[in-house]
Design a protein. Structure first.
Length: 300
């Protein structure tokens, strides 16, 4: 199996007797600087089953392997410069990921479920971004609502020189109720003014249906509330539905604002950290006051 050796200079050299590929660099590289490379390697065997050097291409693209320059060995331990969610954070459930930002390139083989973990979590995957030096732990399920999580990064995480993380790190964060998705989508501009389906808001966690009502889930235009027929909550799909009157047609080309207030609480009695607000615009030319809106006097 061929392997790669780095030298300073310029060019490529393949030693077929030792089965070594030497990458010859320009000689202008900075000391103690990390260089990121990728390569395309296709095997074209000659009669003695050696690699044809003309089939090897190098390019500065996807980060595949790493090396450092310098007169001596790299003895600098990597450290953690940032984490998300932050330490002791209490906030809405924006997504289902935990990230660690490192100070230098990390060997991704050392990022395992033992060295990077999250308590009280569902099965997850771990990925490493070579360009940003960021490791991401992604849960298969959203964070639970109103839960305390502990994230851990252990010294088993190492760089390419075998230097371990300077110390173990643990931090905690607490989740609060939050909105995962909506219909219409935020800032969408193609909603049918006839509104043949109710407005929807999907939550990350289980909500208390008694707190999802016409007071906590509202719709308005130009600061004037659009009366809703009903507001309901489906515990099975964690979705709140705002139903408009069947004889109401929204204005064409108009922008409407939806608000779910902090009065909406989860089953543990914890309210959202802040109001969740989004807007959508109906399609068509602005209709002034016409178009069959029975609320035209209110919504102009």
């Amino acid at each position: 199996m061929p392997y790669i050796i780095f030298h300073f200079g310029f060019g490529l050299h393949y030693d077929r007797h030792r089965d070594h590929l030497e990458v010859i660099l320009s000689g202008n590289e900075k000391h103690h600087h990390h260089y990121l490379f990728s390569y395309e390697l296709s095997y074209s065997f000659c009669p003695k089953s050696h690699i044809n050097i003309s089939t090897i291409k190098f390019k500065l693209l996807d980060y595949i392997f790493n090396f450092s320059t310098g007169a001596g060995p790299d003895n600098i331990s990597p450290n953690i410069t940032n984490v998300t969610p932050g330490e002791d954070a209490v906030g809405a459930l924006i997504d289902n990921v935990v990230t660690i930002q490192f100070s230098k390139p990390i060997n991704p083989l050392t990022l395992t479920h033992e060295t990077f973990s999250l308590s009280e979590s569902s099965p997850n995957s771990i990925n490493y971004n070579w360009y940003t030096l960021r490791a991401t732990l992604t849960l298969n399920e959203p964070f639970g609502s109103s839960k305390l999580y502990t994230a851990s990064a252990l010294a088993g995480i190492k760089d390419f020189s075998g230097n371990s993380l300077d110390s173990n790190k643990q931090w905690v964060f607490t989740t609060t109720p939050g909105v995962k998705s909506t219909w219409p989508l935020s800032h969408s501009s193609n909603t049918d003014p006839s509104m043949t389906r109710p407005i929807e808001a999907v939550f990350y966690g289980d909500m208390d249906s008694a707190t999802i009502n016409t007071s906590t889930f509202t719709m308005s235009r130009n600061g004037v509330t659009v009366p809703a027929t009903t507001v309901t909550y489906d515990i099975n799909d964690r979705t709140a539905y705002l139903e408009l009157p069947s004889n109401l047609t929204l204005y064409s080309g108009a922008t409407y604002t939806l608000t779910i207030t902090t009065g909406a609480q989860d089953i543990n009695g914890v309210g959202m950290e802040e109001d969740y607000v989004w807007e959508f615009t109906t399609f068509g030319e602005p209709s002034g006051g016409s178009g069959g809106c029975f609320l035209s006097s209110l919504l102009k």
